[in-house]
Design a protein around this ligand. Structure first.
Ligand SMILES: [Zn+2]
Length: 90
């Protein structure tokens, strides 16, 4: 799994292909649509979409402004989020 780091804030993400993102969005939305309104509210009350995978989870920096993660940028046990990789990073 390729990891990339936001050039603006240093947050580390793991890269997904467009096909993987599409599968994740579909899977989440099937689950979300079947959930109660209370549960949906816990997830911001919104369905998922590809646009949620295009920017840094922390600061919103666009995914094209990332670099390949180097040792030490993601300490063991860190929580990292998915992001769609551009061809330039693959
Ligand atoms: Zn960032």
């Amino acid at each position: 799994m390729k990891q990339v780091t936001c050039n603006a804030c240093g947050w580390v993400h793991f890269g997904l292909t467009r096909a993987e993102v599409e599968r994740e969005v579909t899977r989440f939305n099937v689950w979300f649509d079947a959930a109660s309104h209370a549960v949906q509210a816990n997830y911001g009350g919104k369905r998922s979409s590809e646009k949620h995978y295009l920017n840094c989870f922390r600061c919103g920096n666009p995914y094209v402004k990332f670099h390949t993660t180097v040792a030490g940028e993601a300490p063991r046990g860190s929580t990292i989020q998915p992001i769609m990789l551009s061809l330039a990073l693959e």
